[in-house]
Design a binder for this molecule. Structure first.
Ligand SMILES: Cc1cc2nc3c(=O)[nH]c(=O)nc-3n(C[C@H](O)[C@H](O)[C@H](O)COP(=O)(O)OP(=O)(O)OC[C@H]3O[C@@H](n4cnc5c(N)ncnc54)[C@H](O)[C@@H]3O)c2cc1C
Ligand SMILES: *[C@@H]1O[C@H](CO)[C@@H](O)[C@H](O)[C@H]1NC(C)=O
Ligand SMILES: *[C@@H]1O[C@H](CO)[C@@H](O)[C@H](O)[C@H]1NC(C)=O
Ligand SMILES: *[C@@H]1O[C@H](CO)[C@@H](O)[C@H](O)[C@H]1NC(C)=O
Length: 522
C-alpha cells in the first residue's frame, strides 16, 4: 500500500506494537483518509478507552466480520475506517470526541439490521459498535412494578430470553437478531404491543451520549423534550448507552402463544383480505395477524403465494375460534402449533440461528402505514410484485409483508406524547426487495425502481405514512415524522435538533436535517 508514515509516527506505533496495544496488521495499512495527526491520536484514543474496549482498523482480520450487516450492500452499509467497540458509556463519549476533534463522521450500530440508504453516507469515519454494551439488570420501579436496565447493544432475543427466564416480558421487536435499540428508537412494533403499547411506550428513561460527547438522561423529569424526540426519532439525537424500561409479569395462563399458518394462492386474495378486514374489527389485544407474499419453492417456483399467520397469546381453542373464517376459505396448506414468546421468531423463521438472520446480500426495505386491507390496492400491489418477479429473476427472494399487530395498547397512549406519529394506523405494508448479488449497479438501480413502484402500489391513494425503521431514505420527512394535519411535529423536531445536535452529527438514518435541504417539507 502506497502509504508513507513519518518516522515519529512509525516509532510510536512500533512502541505500541511491542507493548501489544494494537495489532501488527495495523502498521501495514493504516487508513489513507486519515492524516498523520489522526493516526497519532489512535493510540491516544486507545489509552482513553476502558481496557476491555476494542479498536479495530480495516486491516484487522476481525474488522469486516465485526461490521457484518444483514444487508451487505454498499447501498445501505456504512464504510468506516475505524471501528470502536465500547464496553462503557465513557468509551462512547471518548469515541465521539475523537471523531469530533478530527472532523470525522461517526455512527453507532448495534444489531446491524438497518437498511436505510443514508447509512451508506458514512465514509471513512468511526463506527461505534455497541454490541458489547450488554447490561441487563432488573430493579424495582417506584410504582411497585419492575424495570429492566438494558444496555444499548443488546439484541432483541437477549432481552426476550433474559426476561422470560425471570418470568417477565416487555415489548421488543419480534425478530431475535435485530437489536433492542434500533426498533425502539423509531417506535418499535412487537408482539406484545396490543397489551402494553410500542417499545417506546415502555421506556422510563434513557442515558444518551450527545454529538459533543456529553452524557444526558432523558425521562419525563429530565430533558423531557429530548425524551419526547427519542421515542420515534431517536436515531437523530444521540447514542443510547442504556434504557430503563417497564417490564411485566408473565401470567401463568398467558405463557403460551398459539399460532396458525395458512397458505393461499392468488385466487383467494380478495376473499382472504375481505375476511381479514372483518376480523380486524374485533381483533383482541392478544392477537397479531401477519401475512407475506413470496415465492414458496415447494409450492410453486414461479408465482408468489400468500402466507397468512395468526398468533394468539393464550390457548389454541381461542385462536381457532378467531381464525374460523380463514379456515373456511380452504387453504392450500395449514399448520399450527404452540410456542412461548421467545419462540415466536422461530415460527417466522426469524430466530437468530435462522438463515434469514444471516447476511442477506442486498435488501431494500420500505414500510407504509394504512388503515385497512383495501382490495383494489392489494390487487394492484400484487400485480406490480408479480411483474417484478417475472421481469427480474434475480429478485426472487423478495417479499411483501402485511403486518397487522393488535393496536389497543398503542392507541391508548396519547398521539402527541411521543415523536412516533402513526398511532392512528392499523396496518404496516412493507415491500422488501432482496437479491443475493452485491455491487451490480444496473441491478441496484432496477431494485430501487421496483422498490419505489411497490411502495406506491402498497400505499394506494392515502396520504403517505412511513415507518422510519423500514424507510429507504427517499421518503419525505412529513411522511416519516410528521403528518399533513400535524405540521407542528416536524417543526418541533427541527427545533430540538438545533438544541441537542446543532452540528447534525446524527444524520445517517432518515435524517431530519438533510444536507442542503434542511427545510424539506415535501
Ligand atoms: C429481519 C428484520 C426484522 C425486523 N423486525 C422488526 C420488528 O419486529 N419491529 C420493528 O419495529 N422493527 C423491525 N425491524 C426493523 C428494525 O427496527 C430496523 O431494521 C432497525 O434499524 C434495526 O436496528 P439494528 O440496531 O439492528 O441495526 P443497525 O443498523 O445497527 O442500527 C440501525 C440504526 O439505529 C441506530 N442505533 C442502533 N442502536 C442505537 C443506540 N443504542 N443508540 C443510538 N442509535 C442506535 C444506528 O445508529 C442506526 O442508525 C426489522 C428489521 C429486519 C431486517
Ligand atoms: C466484544 O464483542 C466481540 C465481538 O462480538 C467479542 O469478540 C469480544 O470478546 C467482546 N468483548 C467483550 C469485552 O465483551
Ligand atoms: C474487508 O472488506 C473490504 C470491502 O469489502 C475488502 O476490500 C477487504 O479486502 C476486506 N478485508 C479483509 C481483511 O478481508
Ligand atoms: C447485472 O445485472 C443485470 C441484470 O440482471 C445483468 O444483465 C448483468 O449482466 C449484470 N452485470 C454484471 C456485471 O454481472
Amino acid at each position: 500500500m502506497a502509504f508513507h508514515l513519518p518516522a515519529v509516527t512509525r516509532t510510536l506505533l512500533l512502541l505500541l506494537l511491542i507493548t501489544g496495544v494494537i495489532t501488527s496488521t495495523t502498521l501495514a495499512t493504516l487508513p489513507t483518509q486519515q492524516n498523520d495527526e489522526t493516526l497519532l491520536d489512535i493510540p491516544r484514543l486507545t489509552t482513553l478507552l476502558s481496557p476491555s474496549a476494542q479498536l479495530l482498523l480495516p486491516t484487522d482480520p476481525n474488522f469486516n466480520t465485526t461490521l457484518d450487516r444483514w444487508s451487505t450492500s454498499p447501498l445501505n452499509s456504512p464504510r468506516p475506517s475505524l471501528l470502536v467497540l465500547p464496553t462503557t458509556e465513557s468509551d462512547i463519549s471518548h469515541a465521539i470526541c475523537y471523531a469530533d476533534s478530527h472532523n470525522l463522521p461517526f455512527l453507532a450500530t448495534s444489531g446491524g439490521h438497518g437498511t436505510n440508504e443514508y447509512l451508506s453516507d458514512l465514509h471513512g469515519g468511526v463506527v461505534i459498535h455497541l454490541r458489547n454494551l450488554t447490561k441487563f439488570e432488573l430493579a424495582p420501579a417506584g410504582d411497585g412494578g419492575t424495570v429492566a436496565i438494558l444496555g444499548g447493544g443488546l439484541l432483541s432475543h437477549q432481552v426476550m430470553e433474559g426476561l422470560w427466564r425471570q418470568g417477565k416480558q416487555t415489548v421488543t421487536g419480534m425478530c431475535g437478531c435485530v437489536s433492542y435499540s434500533g426498533p425502539a428508537l423509531g417506535g418499535g412494533h412487537g408482539t406484545l404491543q396490543g397489551r402494553y403499547g410500542l417499545v417506546v411506550d415502555q421506556i422510563v428513561s434513557a442515558r444518551m451520549v450527545l454529538g459533543d460527547g456529553r452524557v444526558v438522561v432523558a425521562s419525563e423529569r429530565e430533558n423531557e423534550d429530548l425524551f419526547w424526540a427519542l421515542r420515534g426519532a431517536g436515531h437523530n439525537f444521540g447514542v443510547v448507552s442504556e434504557f430503563t424500561v417497564r417490564v411485566h409479569d408473565v401470567e401463568e395462563n398467558m405463557k403460551n402463544w398459539a399460532w396458525e399458518r395458512f397458505v393461499f394462492g392468488r385466487e383467494r386474495l380478495e376473499q382472504l383480505y375481505e375476511v381479514a378486514n372483518g376480523m380486524m374489527e374485533d381483533q383482541p389485544e392478544y392477537v397479531n395477524v401477519f401475512s407475506s407474499w413470496s415465492i414458496l419453492e415447494e409450492v410453486d417456483p414461479d408465482r408468489p403465494m400468500i402466507v397468512f399467520i395468526v398468533f394468539c397469546n393464550g390457548p389454541m381453542e381461542d385462536c381457532r375460534e378467531y381464525t374460523q373464517p380463514i379456515h373456511d376459505l380452504g387453504a392450500v396448506d395449514h399448520r399450527s402449533g404452540v410456542t412461548e414468546l421467545p419462540g415466536i421468531d422461530e415460527v417466522l423463521n426469524l430466530d437468530v440461528n435462522d438463515p434469514q438472520c444471516q447476511p442477506q446480500g442486498t435488501v431494500l426495505m420500505r414500510g407504509v402505514y394504512v388503515d385497512r386491507y383495501d382490495i383494489d390496492t392489494l390487487r394492484n400491489w400484487w400485480e406490480v410484485f408479480s411483474d417484478m418477479l417475472a421481469t427480474e429473476p434475480a429478485f426472487a427472494n423478495s417479499i411483501c409483508l402485511l403486518e397487522g399487530y393488535s393496536m389497543q395498547g398503542v392507541q391508548v397512549v396519547p398521539s402527541d406524547s411521543t415523536a412516533f406519529a402513526h398511532r392512528d394506523k392499523r396496518l404496516l405494508f412493507s415491500p422488501v426487495v432482496g437479491y443475493s448479488v452485491v455491487g451490480n449497479s444496473t441491478l441496484d438501480r432496477e431494485a430501487e425502481r421496483w422498490s419505489k413502484a411497490l411502495e406506491t402500489a402498497a400505499a394506494g391513494s392515502a396520504e403517505r405514512r412511513v415507518y422510519v425503521n423500514y424507510a429507504l431514505g427517499d421518503e419525505s420527512l412529513q411522511a416519516i415524522y410528521g403528518r399533513r394535519d400535524e405540521p407542528w411535529r416536524l417543526e418541533r423536531l427541527r427545533a430540538l435538533k438545533r438544541k441537542y445536535d446543532p452540528n447534525n452529527r446524527f444524520r445517517f438514518f432518515s435524517p431530519i436535517v438533510r444536507d442542503g435541504t434542511p427545510e424539506d417539507t415535501m
